[in-house]
Design a binder for this molecule. Sequence first.
Ligand SMILES: *[C@@H]1O[C@H](CO)[C@@H](O)[C@H](O)[C@H]1NC(C)=O
Ligand SMILES: *[C@@H]1O[C@H](CO)[C@@H](O)[C@H](O)[C@H]1NC(C)=O
Length: 254
Amino acid sequence: MATTTTSLVFVASFLVILAQGAHHCNVPSRFWCDDEEIATRCGVLQQCQEFEWTETSKKVEFALYYESLCHGCRDFINGMLYPHYANLSSIMNLTLVPYGNALERKVGDKWVFTCQHEKQECIGNVIETCAIAIVKDTTKYFPFIHCMENSDENPEEAAKKCSTSIPVPIADILKCSKSEHGNKLEHEMAVKTGALQPPHKHVPWITVNGVHTSAIESDAMKDIVKLVCDTYKGPKPPVCKRSGREVTTIANTG
Ligand SMILES: *[C@@H]1O[C@H](CO)[C@@H](O)[C@H](O)[C@H]1NC(C)=O
Ligand SMILES: *[C@@H]1O[C@H](CO)[C@@H](O)[C@H](O)[C@H]1NC(C)=O
């Protein structure tokens, strides 16, 4: 009995030494598929690729439902979402829905919107909606929307000023915002917002992979990098190394 235990311990320690010596894999197994570098060190790259990272191409779906003149929305966009967007864009698909607490009703064949922060907010919403529809590429229209949300001017003036430093087709965007097409596009934002389950209770309202909970939302407000990195199933990009969880984990075991 004693001999069996001793030899088992011996074999086990030998295997551990072998594993560590061969690959310098000094990370608990639950982190082996965290990124390609660790997976390679731990000799499980192929297994991670085959069984863990099968949804690598699936970015985290992050959606922000907001309205153009709300302070909380501006604070979140300017203080959290925009500063981290560039570093997260390889693993996060951002959807912006500028409508928020607005209401709509149909008059003839047009939609008439009523906004929480009055007429100017409705103008801001539709300008941003048109920018999204016309520019299409998030990495190009988000800097423009961020600039508008960071401005004290009324939305149309803000849009014009922002277009001098951020290349967007401003004439087309403003024309759209006053057109039937823009009116339809803003109605689509109303429909998207109205389809939320659970229905939104405030703005900004956040969903991650289509899900809203108050915990997810407060995590996003506190540290969007950590939230998106923890949610992402593929190998973690460098930005995730700086998020609290991994830094402490690796420091503790290393
Ligand atoms: C984004 O990543 C770069 C390079 O890794 C880093 O220097 C920068 O601080 C990051 N930005 C933010 C807002 O954390
Ligand atoms: C990002 O989300 C939009 C919906 O808002 C979707 O149409 C698009 O296919 C998604 N893109 C990626 C790369 O997942």
